[in-house]
Every structure is written in C-alpha cells, then in structure tokens.
Design a protein around this ligand. Structure first.
Ligand code: NAX
Length: 325
C-alpha cells in the first residue's frame, strides 16, 4: 500500500479547519489514491469541539483516511508531518492595534516554527493561512533554522481565485479559461491584483475590461472581498478559504498546469526588486514539489507603485515583530 502522508492542521476545530478536514480526508488534496493521516491541533478551550470533529471524521468512513490525531501538544501534532496548514491564529480584539495583533500572533507562530523544526519531516511543506499570514509565516520560518526556508509559504490563493471569479463575471468567460493572473505582496488590503499578463479566453484582459473598471472596480473589489463576505454572511470566508488552501498545497505538491501560474506568498529573493526579508506573493509555477517565481514579466509604472506599497507594509509588519525573528 502507498505510505500515508501526514497532514497537520492547526485551528482544526475552527470554521476553515472544519472544512479542510473533510476535503483532505476525501482525497481533494493529494489525489484519490494517496492515503492520509490527519494530525489536528487546537488550544485547550476548543478540544471538546475538536473531539466532535474527530467523531464526524470517523462517521464519514473515508477510504483514504488512515488515522486521526487530535491534540493540544505541538510536538505530537507536528510529528513527522509532511504538510502543515497553520490556520489557528488570534483574531483582532476590540481596540487592538495592528502591532499588538502581530506580536500576539508571533507568540503562536514562533513556538509552532520551533516544533516543526524539531519534529516534522525534513521536507515539510508549510502553508500559513492564519492572519496576518505573510508575517506569521516569516516568524515560523525564522524559528525553524534546520528546515529549508523555501518550505514556508503563506496563502494568497484565495485572493487569486477571487480575482479569477471577478474577471469571469465581468467578461462572461468561464474562470478555467483565464490564465496568468498574479497577486503581488501581502494578503491584506494592500495586495496588488495584476492583470497585465492575464489572458481571458486567450485575449489580453485590459482590452476586455478597460483601465477604468480595472482600477476603480476590480482592484478594490478583490482587495475588499473578505469584508464583503463578512457583511453578507455574518462570518468570514471559510469554505472558499479552505478550498484555496487545498489548491495551494495540491499545486505545490503535484505541479501547476502547463504554462499557467498561481499566486503564492513565498520568501522574497530579490526577484522584481523585492529584497529578501519578507514573505511576498509572486506568480509561481510548481513542479517536482518545488515552487519557482516566474521571471521576466514586464512591470510598468502603475504596477511598480502598487508592488512597492504592499512591500512597504510587509516591511513595517516585519519591523513590528523583529524581536521574534
Ligand atoms: P475560527 O475562529 O473559526 O477558527 C480558528 C481556530 O483556531 C479556533 O478553533 C481556535 O481555537 C484555533 N486556535 C487559535 N489559536 C490557536 C493556536 N495557538 N493553536 C492552535 N489552534 C488555535 O477562524 P477561521 O475562520 O477558521 O479563520 C482562521 C484564520 O484564517 C484567521 O486568522 C483568519 O483571519 C484567516 N484567514 C486567512 C485567509 C487568507 O486568505 N490567508 C482567508 C480566510 C481567513 O480569514
């Protein structure tokens, strides 16, 4: 039998975690022939709820699910794990400043990085979903000096998918016919959804949507889609966020499609003038379990200003958590 892959999820009893568990156990992450073991991590107040999730996983009788671990202990939860999806994070409380939020989350992602460093598979692929995702990923990476730094990533795939959805709706072309979309920078309202290389049904996007709609409707709608969902649903995006996390890891593990690319927040390496030191979303292709930043794209002045603004925000976030790095 194929060796099972171990997938750790933090915040597994939360709304995104709950979705992830069932999608992964049913084979959506690594395909219909790959057995999986779920290693679910929560904090003590949510442990009863997590037990309920485990009971439901048992009752779903998924053929691929070999075992489920439910724990509050990081060393147990991350033991030998091949993938770690870090979802649990501290939400912003009333009156909490961004700097307080960053340092509170630092206290979560520092120890998680250390535990991954000590007990996870040496090839563990880490995806941080919990916000502020890019900087939380940076903190986890800094605390895991023995693991490859490139194995720490953060999620901008939901923003990428949201951008595809907006373009599909505007142009009347199905989203599977849209290629080469890019989200640059931070998973925050400074992110820059760039369509300059994007093809809709093989045609340049700006010719179809026009500069006015791009600037005044599309960019703000993608940037603020999370808030619009909270307003409509009374709760933040959950199923779409879990789905994007699955897209991110599946493509990283199994490869991206042909000449298309995806958006992944990965350690900056100087590409496109974004200096090392932050986890920044780039257009990436993946093969053989490795991501690569797409090189050589032309960047105009409009794009450059927006790429720099989101980089500036990431460097301010970094400065606020410097002590934890
Ligand atoms: P929930 O509040 O439903 O669930 C979070 C869960 O994490 C809770 O069960 C909590 O007990 C657990 N938790 C908290 N601290 C923990 C720790 N130290 N170790 C383990 N578990 C811990 O939130 P949910 O809607 O699932 O969202 C989770 C995170 O995803 C939030 O930070 C949210 O902002 C972020 N998001 C990120 C997105 C992205 O695109 N990167 C989009 C969706 C989402 O908003």
């Amino acid at each position: 039998m194929t060796q099972p892959k171990r997938i750790a999820i933090t915040g597994a009893a939360g709304q995104i975690g709950y979705q992830l568990c069932f999608r992964i156990a049913s084979g959506d992450l690594l395909g219909p022939t790959q057995p999986v073991i779920l290693q679910l991590i929560e904090i003590p107040p949510a442990l009863d709820m997590l037990r309920g999730v485990v009971m439901e996983l048992q009752d779903a009788a998924f053929p691929l699910l070999q075992d489920v671990v439910a724990t509050t202990d990081l060393d147990e939860g991350f033991a030998d794990t091949d993938y770690a999806i870090l979802v649990g994070a501290k939400p912003r409380g009333p009156g909490m400043e961004r700097a307080d939020l960053l340092s509170e989350n630092g206290k979560i992602f520092g120890p998680q990085g250390k535990a991954l460093n000590n007990v996870a598979s040496r090839d563990v692929k880490v995806l941080v979903v919990g916000n502020p995702a890019n900087t939380n990923a940076l903190i986890a990476q800094a605390n895991a000096p023995d693991l490859p730094p490139e194995n720490f990533t953060a999620m901008t795939r939901l923003d990428h998918n949201r951008a595809l959805a907006q373009l599909a709706e505007k142009t009347g072309v199905h989203h599977t016919m849209i290629r080469q979309m890019t989200i640059w920078g931070n998973h925050s309202s400074t992110q820059y959804p760039d369509v300059h290389q994007t093809l809709v049904g093989g045609k340049p996007t700006l010719d179809l949507i026009g500069q006015g709609w791009y600037e005044n409707d599309f960019i703000p709608t993608v940037q603020q889609r999370g808030a619009a969902i909270i307003k409509a649903r009374g709760a933040s995006s959950a199923a779409s966020a879990a789905s994007a996390a699955i897209d991110h890891i599946r493509d990283w593990a199994l490869g991206t499609d042909g000449d298309d690319w995806v958006s992944m927040a990965v350690p900056a390496d100087g590409s496109y003038g974004i200096e090392p030191g932050v986890i920044y979303s780039f257009p990436c292709t993946c093969s053989d379990g490795q991501w690569k930043i797409v090189q050589g794209l032309e960047i105009n002045e409009f794009s450059r200003a927006r790429m720099e603004a989101t980089d500036k925000e990431l460097r301010e976030e970094r400065a606020a958590v410097e002590a934890l790095l």
